[in-house]
Design a protein around this ligand. Structure first.
Ligand SMILES: *Cc1c(COP(=O)(O)O)cnc(C)c1O
Length: 332
């Protein structure tokens, strides 16, 4: 992702902390094309990122900037993947990392953080509770917090997906982008990248319709969108196999909803059963073991096609945000 470093906030390249994140492939749907009619479906597959998710982009940026700013302790609440990424990048930077995660988080995500040397604090609650505790301790101890969108740098890392999409599509953006929405950093970041690219004169004013896909466990954005609201309500239905989507009330709900309205997009939610079925279908027919968060998009795509929201001839990009390998204890 550092190929775009002129548009990123790290000033001295010596401060870049990298594990090889970014420039992930665009993979056209192959054997399931029989289900898509004349809609062209492609994945942008983030599974190959360090620590197995696109969190490597945002966290890589935040840790690089923390290094530049001389910070020695970083803390984050996490549903799993952000913690693993923070632990790894902090280890590489020689910075102390502390992560707060829900006790229900699958064991692998906890082990991963500990193996990278982070201090792991398990919280009996959701990521919202983790966020509250992390915030209290950070204020008390003077730690640098990288909670989603409460600092500016993770967004800058995630916006590189927007730069890549434009470059990989030869500066002709797809018609629709489906995004599995937790805190919404990627959705907002991609949108920001398109604005920057237009100001640079590299793309025109045409934008994809942006679709937020949530877990039925936490579908506050879907509800707000349907009611044409500008903020979302707190909504926590508990455990979901897509732990990255268990965000009861995104801090940036206003920004997420604004992108959906501006882009004439939509929002929909998917159940755990449908996510697991979609995950298996993609694995068996496409050779990709994607995260349940990404798998939710395949189910959402089929729904949007069935209702006629998607139109023939469109180019649709599905953003698989992580590797399914980390989730296997909950997929059978
Ligand atoms: C964190 C995460 C998400 C949600 O990302 P946001 O940009 O915060 O909405 C989706 N999928 C996976 C695999 C994640 O780890």
């Amino acid at each position: 992702m550092w190929r775009y470093r002129e548009f990123l906030p790290v000033i001295d390249p010596a401060n870049i902390v990298t594990l090889g994140e970014g420039f992930t492939p665009i993979l056209p749907l192959q054997n399931l094309r029989s289900q898509t009619g004349d809609i062209e479906v492609m994945w942008k597959d983030e599974a190959g990122n360090p620590t197995g998710s696109f969190k490597a982009r945002g966290i890589g940026m935040a840790v690089s900037k923390a290094k530049e700013l001389g910070i020695n302790t970083i803390v984050t609440p996490t549903a799993g993947n952000a913690g693993g990424a923070l632990a790894a990048y902090a280890a590489r930077a020689g910075i102390r990392a502390i992560v707060y995660l829900p006790v229900q988080t699958p064991q692998l995500f906890k082990d991963e953080c500990r193996l990278y040397g982070a201090e792991v604090i398990e919280v009996d609650g959701s990521i919202s509770d983790c966020g509250r505790l992390a915030n209290e301790e950070a204020l008390k101890n003077g730690w640098f917090q990288v909670s989603t969108l409460k600092e500016p740098y993770r967004l800058e890392g995630k916006k590189t997906m927007g730069y890549e999409i434009a470059e990989q599509f030869d500066w002709q953006l797809p018609d629709v982008i489906l995004y599995p929405t937790g805190g919404g950093t990627g959705l907002i970041g991609i949108w920001k990248a398109f604005d920057e690219l237009e100001r640079l004169g590299w793309i025109g004013p045409k934008r994809p319709q942006m679709v937020a896909v949530q877990s039925q466990s936490c579908a506050g954005i879907v509800e707000a969108f349907q009611d044409k609201k500008v903020v979302s309500a707190f909504m926590d239905g508990g455990f979901t196999i897509a732990n990255g989507l268990r965000v009861p009330k995104p801090y940036a709900d206003r920004l997420i909803l604004r992108v959906l309205y501006q882009s004439r997009g939509t929002a929909l939610s998917v159940s755990d059963t449908d996510m697991a079925d979609a995950l298996k279908e993609i694995a068996r027919h496409e050779g990709m073991l994607i995260a349940p968060e990404g798998a939710a998009l395949w189910h959402a795509f089929k729904q949007l096609k069935a209702t006629g929201w998607l139109r023939s001839g469109q180019k649709v990009l599905l953003l698989n945000t992580g590797s399914g390998y980390k989730y296997l204890e909950n997929i059978t």
